[in-house]
Write a protein that binds this ligand. Structure first.
Ligand SMILES: N[C@@H](CCC(=O)N[C@@H](CS)C(=O)NCC(=O)O)C(=O)O
Length: 222
């Protein structure tokens, strides 16, 4: 049984989850693996307590424990899961196609989840009176100006970024989750809008859906 260490918390407007932890959860779900979630207290992550640093040298979530192995960083974990549990494959076979998946995954991870998305997402974890709404507006603007035009172009006529659902789409499951809470309109980008709707329709999304209570998203049996 794999244990996923991540941050998740219920709020009146939905269950909020770490975006990077959600990337890992989606892959565990897509692969039908047995896992359980161990919630890490946000305060322990921000303060970098020794118990967190013991597993993740940068003091972040997620990390997983799979038998004797500890693996950290959502991208590394997801590649590990794809290699250790090959079915269904989330990377294509040809080197050129694999490179496209990795490049788009990197765009989502480094270019959206680590940069623009936290501007919107972090304030949602604060009480409404302390919420930095200017930061949220900046995050939305960056999605509109930088992220969505590129995605619109890369999607072309495809259902998923690299035809079949792959690791490239996984960071955008977290984008779909954030925007479900935020309510930002994406209608100026019709392909992106349809894509996010398609991602939310995947069974794996249920485990990160803000409407899914914490008690119903703590893992799965094989
Ligand atoms: N590259 C890492 C990023 C992990 C990350 O930034 N996680 C956030 C939560 S979504 C976190 O732990 N932030 C606390 C911090 O940066 O101190 C990954 O993909 O796992």
């Amino acid at each position: 049984m794999i244990t996923l260490f991540t941050m998740e918390r219920e709020y009146p407007y939905g269950t909020l989850r770490s975006t990077n932890g959600s990337k890992t959860k989606v892959v565990l779900e897509e692969k039908g693996l047995a896992y359980r979630v161990q919630t890490v207290r946000p305060g322990d992550v921000w303060k970098k307590v020794p118990e967190v640093l013991h597993y993740h040298p940068l003091g972040k979530v997620p990390w997983i424990v799979d038998g004797d192995y500890v693996v950290y960083d959502s991208t590394v974990i997801n590649e590990y899961l794809d290699e250790a549990y090959p079915q269904p494959p989330l990377l294509p076979k040809s080197p050129a196609k694999r490179a496209r998946v990795r490049a788009l995954e990197n765009f989502g991870d480094e270019g959206v989840l680590s940069t623009h998305l936290p501007l919107i997402w972090m304030p949602w974890w604060s009480p409404p009176e302390q919420r930095d709404t200017a930061s949220q507006e900046r995050g939305r603007e960056r999605l509109r100006e930088q992220t969505f035009p590129f995605l619109e172009q890369e999607l072309g006529g495809r259902d998923y970024l690299c035809d079949e659902f792959s690791l490239a789409d996984v960071p955008f499951m977290a984008v779909a989750m954030v925007l479900a809470v935020d309510g930002m309109s994406v209608s100026e980008f019709p392909r992106v809008d349809a894509y996010l709707t398609r991602l939310r329709a995947r069974p794996s999304y249920r485990a990160i859906d803000p409407r899914t209570p914490l008690a119903d998203s703590q893992g799965r049996e094989a």
